[in-house]
Each structure stands twice: as C-alpha cells, then as structure tokens.
Design a protein around this ligand. Structure first.
Ligand SMILES: [Zn+2]
Length: 255
C-alpha cells in the first residue's frame, strides 16, 4: 500500500481558493509531475502564507486514503522567489512558465529535469534586470519544448533537406513542422512573416547549452534577432499546449 506521508521536491505554481475558503496549491513535483494539494488553515496560518507561488522546496504531504486527495502538512521553502512578485513583467514571465507547465502536464515525464529547468529559469528572471526578463523565459521554452520532443529539426531545411549552416538564418514554418533555409523560404506576399531564427539567435541558443539561464543571458541579442526568437519561442509554446496562452494575452505589451 502506498505511503500516506510523502515528501516531494516541488515548485509552487498556482494557488486558488475553493468556495469554502480552502486553498488549493498546484505544484510541479520531481516525483509525480503536476499535483494539487489542499492547504487548510485560516488566513493568518503560517503554512498558508508559505503555500504561494513561486516557492520551491520540500513539500510534506499527506494522502487521504478514503477521499484520495493530498493535503499539504508543511512546506520547507528553500527558494521563495519573492523578488518575482514585486515586478509585473517578472510576474507575468513566471505566470507563463507556470501555465506552460500545468498545460503540458509538467513537460510529460522527466519531471526532475523539468523542475531543475524551471527553478533555473526563475532564478534568471529574479536575478536579471527587468529589461532582460524574457531571456531566461525564451531559453526555458526552448529547453522545455526540446525535452518534450516537440522541437522541430533546427539543423536541416524542411523543404530541400540540406543542412543549414550556423551562419545562416532560418524560418520556422509551423504547417511544415520544421525550418526553411534562405533559398526555400516561402514568399510571404505581404502576409505576416514567419518567425525567424537569425544566425545570432541560433548561436546564442547553441552557446547557452550547459549554462544557467542567468549566465546565458549575460550576452544579449540585437533587437531583430531578439524579436524573431520571441515570436518563435512563443509560437512553439502555443504549439506545445495546442492552444492560446492566457499569460501571453494578459502580458501583451508588457512581457
Ligand atoms: Zn531549403
């Protein structure tokens, strides 16, 4: 029989109140992916004040065997990420991360790795100046989409199959599920341009392998490369959740 008392490594993503005033905390756990736990206690309880986004640490949980729900008994928060709450842009970036994790069921399987990537992203967002908020977020989206197995082949052209050099730009063609080289890029005839991964943005992503998002974001991108990477990553994020992202709609013009 499964143990009733559990200790999970978690990141708190969302808290909601039930009509009866009980809090439900949604977390990403390394052990079981996305979980919901009830947090009992009045507005002044210490546990309730801890059980808020974006605390990361060990959650002590109790599984009610009869009603089959989880109750949060204690939360040892190592990283409160409280710096995210004081800045709207940073808060929106963290909200997008949370929404992505919840809507992809915690990234599908390797939850320990997804938790690591998420904490790395929030550390970057918290530690960087506001103007650089989206760099760790874009890197996180890229890494998450790659981990889920939804990243299209970046190295070769989806039309002519030739290898695309690091020094070339490439366009993402969602309906083809891949990237087009400069020779095969469709003529857009006044329509909205396909999201472009410039040579600079491609090199930035390559260089960031093995780096924390804070380290990777020390190097910035020119505005065109940055804009292309944003459209690409936000597009990949929408594909991963197979629909719109509320945090992106809310964050329009801010995030
Ligand atoms: Zn081609």
């Amino acid at each position: 029989m499964a143990s009733r008392n559990l200790v999970y490594e978690v990141l708190a993503l969302r808290s909601k109140e039930t009509p009866a005033g009980t809090r439900v905390l949604t977390m990403l756990s390394a052990e079981a992916g996305i979980i919901d736990a009830f947090v009992f206690g009045g507005p002044k309880s210490k546990l309730r004040s801890l059980a808020t986004p974006w605390g990361a640490g060990r959650a002590f949980l109790y599984r009610d065997p009869v009603r089959d729900y989880l109750k949060l008994s204690d939360f040892a928060v190592d990283r409160p990420f409280s710096g995210l709450r004081d800045n709207l842009r940073k808060l929106l970036a963290a909200s997008l991360l949370g929404e992505l994790l919840i809507k992809t069921s915690g990234g599908g399987g390797d939850f320990g790795r997804v938790l690591e990537l998420s904490i790395d992203c929030l550390s970057g967002i918290e530690g960087l100046p506001e103007a650089k908020t989206d760099y760790p977020l874009l890197l996180f989206i890229w890494r998450l989409v790659e981990l889920i197995g939804l990243l299209p082949d970046v190295e070769s052209c989806v039309f002519c199959a030739r290898g695309i050099e690091a020094s070339e730009s490439r366009c993402w063609i969602p309906r083809e599920g891949g990237f087009a080289c400069v020779d095969c890029r469709p003529d857009e005839g006044g329509g909205e341009e396909s999201p472009r991964l410039s040579a600079g943005a491609y090199r930035w992503l390559e260089r960031s392998r093995g780096l924390s998002s804070l380290e990777a974001s020390a190097v910035g991108l020119d505005s065109r490369s940055h804009g292309g990477l944003r459209r690409l990553c936000f597009g990949l994020a929408r594909e991963a959740v197979e629909g719109p992202l509320e945090s992106l709609a809310t964050g329009q013009g801010i995030l």
